[in-house]
Design a protein around this ligand. Structure first.
Ligand SMILES: N[C@@H](CCC(=O)N[C@@H](CS)C(=O)NCC(=O)O)C(=O)O
Length: 207
């Protein structure tokens, strides 16, 4: 068993799906949670290969990129979390990259915005632009797969990312993005409900 350490902020964000996938796969890891000043010092020391987190250390080797970590966790841990079928794997990868590259990337600046009005304006742009494009696209994948998940009946690492994001919106965790903004995406809401009710996910979330 490799020695694992996952470094991120003390928040769910991009790291939470990785934390869940590691726990679901029975892969023990050190959960390193940094304050913003600690993150700034560690980055200044060059601790993070690309200057960003999450960073997963595997036997001392520092690895970046959330999607890669999730696929690795699904290869060495709970292998049911990534499809064997190449086309379904493509869908899972595409959904993962769309969430990471497009949605999360577009969300990031508003997370650091201090002015409430400016934050709401940024969120409105996010809802009408990147969120609409990504969520509509993934709705289409889930419709085609038959649901409730991206790859059909089997839960995948992409569903962890989507479910946690939808849940954050449902719980009012992103100012300016409310339940009504999820109304056009009933399949994503159903995906989140099914994912978060999965006993493996429930156990992993409990720590
Ligand atoms: N593509 C990377 C993006 C990582 C990323 O943007 N992380 C943010 C936190 S959510 C970060 O470290 N931002 C600080 C910075 O880049 O200055 C991934 O998916 O892991």
């Amino acid at each position: 068993m490799p020695q694992l350490a996952l470094t991120y902020f003390d928040s769910p964000g991009r790291a939470e799906p990785v934390r869940l996938a590691l726990r679901m796969g029975g892969l023990p890891f050190e959960d390193r949670r940094l304050s913003f000043p600690e993150f700034a010092s560690a980055r200044a020391r060059g601790d993070f290969p690309l200057g960003s987190v999450p960073v997963l250390e595997i036997d001392g080797q520092r690895i970046t990129q959330t999607a890669a970590m999730l696929r690795w966790a699904a290869r060495v841990g709970d292998t049911s979390l990534y499809p064997q079928d190449p086309t379904l794997a493509l869908w899972v990868d595409s959904a993962l990259d769309s969430m990471n590259d497009t949605f999360s990337h577009a969300l990031l600046p508003s997370l650091f915005e201090r002015d409430p009005e400016r934050k709401l304006a940024m969120r409105a742009e996010l809802v009408a632009g990147p969120m609409a494009r990504v969520f509509t696209y993934i709705e289409g994948l889930v419709a085609r797969s038959g649901g409730p998940f991206v790859a059909g009946a089997a839960l995948s690492v992409a569903d962890l990312v989507i479910a946690l994001q939808v849940d954050q919106v449902r719980r009012g965790g992103l100012d300016g993005i409310t339940l009504e903004h999820l109304a056009p995406y009933p399949r994503l809401v159903a995906l989140a409900e099914a994912c978060l009710a999965d006993p493996r996910v429930v156990a992993a979330r409990a720590g």
